[in-house]
Design a protein around this ligand. Structure first.
Ligand SMILES: [Mg+2]
Length: 241
C-alpha cells in the first residue's frame, strides 16, 4: 500500500454513514420492526412492504438529479400507504416516522476498532475530520447522531454539509471547504468514504487522495477510481504511514 512517491498525509477526512457506522444495517432493522407492525395491522406481507419501500427509495434517492434527493421517511411512508392502499392516517404515518428515527438513534453499529483507529491517527500527529451530510427530516438530527458516539471526541473538525456550511455533499465545494477549514493542502489529505459518486469523485476533484470503504453499502459508480479500496478501516493506518 505504501508508496514513496505519494504525498505525506496530514489529515484524514471520514464520511459518516456506511463508513464509520453501518447505517444500511440499522435502516434494514428499523424497516423490519416497522413492517412487522404494519403487516399485523394492515394485512400486507413484509415482503410486499420491503419491495415497495425499495421502489420508493430508488425513486427518491437513486435518481439522476441528486438535488432532488429526499430522505424523509415521513413522506416515504406516506407514499407506501398510498401505493399499497393502506389508508394510513397522518397520525399513524408520524408514529412510524418517529419509530424509524428513534430506532436509528438508539441502534448504532460500528467496528470495535473505530475508537483506536481515530486515536492512532491523532497520535501520529495528523488531523481527523468528519464530513457528513445533514439529515433533512429532523433539525439537528445528524449532529445528535454524531455527538452521542464517544469516538466523535477525536475529531478536530466536524462538518455537517447543509448545517455547518450551506453546500451539500453533492457539491465538491463541501469538500474543498472542509479541506480549507483544516488548513492543509488537498494533496496531503486522505478522503475516506463509501460512495464512488460522492466521496471518491468529489475528493478527487478537489485534489485529495481517496479511499473507498466497501463493507456496509454498495458503492455505486463514479468518474474516478479510488486510490485505495479497503474493507476494514484499520487498513487506513498502513496507508498513512
Ligand atoms: Mg456514506
Amino acid at each position: 500500500m505504501k508508496s514513496g512517491s505519494k504525498d505525506v498525509v496530514h489529515a484524514v477526512i471520514f464520511d459518516f454513514d456506511n463508513t464509520l457506522v453501518n447505517t444500511q444495517k440499522v435502516i434494514t432493522d428499523a424497516y423490519n420492526q416497522i413492517f412487522e407492525d404494519m403487516s399485523k395491522r394492515h394485512g400486507i406481507s413484509k415482503k410486499i412492504l420491503s419491495s415497495e419501500i425499495e421502489k420508493i427509495e430508488t425513486k427518491m434517492v437513486r435518481n439522476v438529479d441528486k438535488t432532488k434527493e429526499n430522505y424523509d421517511r415521513g413522506s416515504w411512508f406516506e407514499m407506501l400507504s398510498k401505493n399499497l392502499n393502506m389508508g394510513l392516517s397522518k397520525k399513524q404515518i408520524n408514529k412510524y416516522r418517529d419509530k424509524f428515527y428513534s430506532y436509528m438513534l438508539e441502534n448504532v453499529e460500528f467496528s470495535e476498532h473505530t475508537e483506536s483507529i481515530l486515536a492512532d491517527i491523532k497520535a501520529s500527529g495528523k488531523k481527523v475530520a468528519l464530513l457528513t451530510e445533514k439529515d433533512d427530516a429532523i433539525e439537528g438530527f445528524k449532529q445528535h447522531r454524531v455527538e452521542k458516539l464517544s469516538f466523535s471526541r477525536h475529531f478536530d473538525l466536524i462538518v455537517i454539509a447543509g448545517d455547518t456550511i450551506p453546500e451539500r455533499k453533492i457539491s465538491p465545494i463541501a469538500f474543498s471547504k472542509t479541506v480549507k477549514m483544516l488548513n492543509v493542502s488537498p494533496k496531503n489529505v486522505l478522503m475516506v468514504g463509501d460512495r464512488l459518486d460522492i466521496d471518491v469523485e468529489h475528493g478527487k476533484e478537489v485534489g485529495m487522495r481517496t479511499v473507498l470503504f466497501k463493507s456496509y453499502a454498495s458503492s455505486g459508480t463514479g468518474l474516478y477510481k479510488p486510490d485505495y479500496i479497503v474493507s476494514d478501516l484499520r487498513e487506513i493506518l498502513s496507508i498513512i504511514k
